[in-house]
Design a protein around this ligand. Structure first.
Ligand SMILES: Cc1ncc(COP(=O)(O)O)c(C=O)c1O
Length: 390
């Protein structure tokens, strides 16, 4: 690193509250399960339950277990197992990718607000980071990126630019349209840019017709990032991967991985194989849960529309409503946590407008936590309304 990494605000916030708050109403991961439940799901669908006891506990292959990589490659239509590079979670993959690719002075265009590591690591490595901001459209109904703006950012970016995008998006739940995605690929190709697409919320589209192609299949210089933490709800496995047809880039990242985790955990790889084989039932259950919880949030925000602006998410397991009060979402989150034990995530953790806050859609206890929030805000509404902005 050329300059020290700034503290990761969101991760510090969760480090402080995740295991002490009574109910989390802002998680990005979907509901998880036990090892027994995962093995049982596998048996129910004709598998052998993983035979975890016979898993060898030596080092594993550094690119990832070949059987697991083959299973992962089948999640795509045209990706072979050698185009997959396994990592310990998405976070390791982000760090390794940047360490392999960034040179001081290089331009990195990053959509913001964003998961902090996507913009902070290239900054610390000496890159010039240009934000490409998601903005609310005039009617505040949709978060959108301006493609013409990307064109001008790329026009001023110099040699070998990198475009970094997270879609479906954390924290807004935004998703590019198919036309916008095609324009993104066209512009990257025109300017010779590498595209790093963080797709960790892919497969959680509320309408499956909105699902975009994986970037690694649409563009020869794209690297797609995925992980079992979100759509599969298996964050504790710490299994993520990069997928790309650009084998030279993957080889560079693999060389950095030798200085990091070296290889993935053997029991996690064994369990990941079960999860990948059960992708359909696991993800369908999580999609349904997110859809049901999105409806509950829509009702809540309709009831309290004087106080909150609701921008329904298009995809993923999070959304980013707005508090229409002079009091900030930091005040709201602190008071709600103090009085009820329910946790929200203020937008200040994304270094964003403190009127916004993140909510999570993926957990079973969302209706229970939301009804506590409802009761509390009904009681406290006059105080917040007294500060409502025009
Ligand atoms: C957009 C995005 N990318 C990467 C990650 C890191 O994922 P993991 O915790 O599985 O490493 C997260 C986690 O919240 C995320 O939201």
């Amino acid at each position: 690193m050329f300059s020290p990494l700034e503290p990761f605000k969101l991760e510090r916030y969760f480090a402080q509250h995740e295991f002490s708050a009574q109910m989390l109403l802002c998680t990005s991961d979907c509901e998880s399960m036990t090892i027994d439940e995962l093995c049982e799901l596998d048996r129910k669908h004709g598998g052998d339950g993983g035979q975890l006891g016979s898993t060898w506990l030596g080092y594993t292959e550094s690119r990832g277990n070949p059987v697991l990589r083959e299973a992962i490659s089948k999640l795509y239509t045209d990706i072979d197992p050698d185009s997959i590079l396994l990592h310990s979670g998405a976070e390791e993959a982000i760090l390794n990718f940047y360490l392999a690719m960034i040179r001081p002075g290089q331009t990195v265009i990053v959509n913001t607000p964003c998961y902090q590591s996507l913009r902070e690591i290239p900054r610390a490595l000496g890159a010039t980071v240009l934000p490409w901001e998601l903005r609310l459209d005039g009617a505040e109904l949709r978060w959108a990126l301006d493609m013409a703006e990307l064109g001008s950012l790329l026009g001023s970016a110099g040699h070998n630019p990198l475009v970094v995008l997270n879609m479906p998006h954390n924290p807004t739940g935004a998703l590019l349209s198919r036309d916008e995605f095609e324009e993104l690929v066209r512009l990257c190709r025109l300017y010779g840019a590498t595209l790093f697409m963080d797709e960790v919320y892919r497969n959680l589209e509320f309408d499956e017709a909105d699902r975009l192609p994986a970037a690694c299949e649409a563009y020869e210089k794209a690297v797609s990032l995925s992980v079992l933490s979100k759509a599969w709800g298996l964050a504790g496995l710490r299994i993520g991967w990069l997928a790309s047809k650009d084998t030279e880039t993957l080889a560079k990242v693999a060389a950095v991985k030798d200085y990091n985790s070296i290889c993935a955990s053997a029991p996690s790889e064994a369990l990941a194989l079960l999860a990948i084989c059960q992708t359909h039932p696991i993800i369908e259950a999580n999609r349904k849960r997110c859809a049901k919880n999105r409806l509950a949030f829509s009702d809540f925000f309709a009831k309290h529309c004087e106080l909150f602006g609701w921008i329904p998410p298009v995809a993923g397991s999070v959304a980013f409503p707005r508090l229409k009060s002079k009091m900030s979402a930091d005040d709201l989150a602190a008071e709600l946590l103090r009085d009820t034990g329910v946790l929200l995530l203020p937008g200040s953790n994304y270094s964003y407008d403190p009127a916004f806050f993140r909510i999570g859609l993926g957990r079973n206890n969302v209706p229970a936590a939301l009804s506590i929030f409802d009761e509390w805000i009904t009681e406290n509404e006059p105080r917040y309304l007294a500060g409502v902005l025009a």
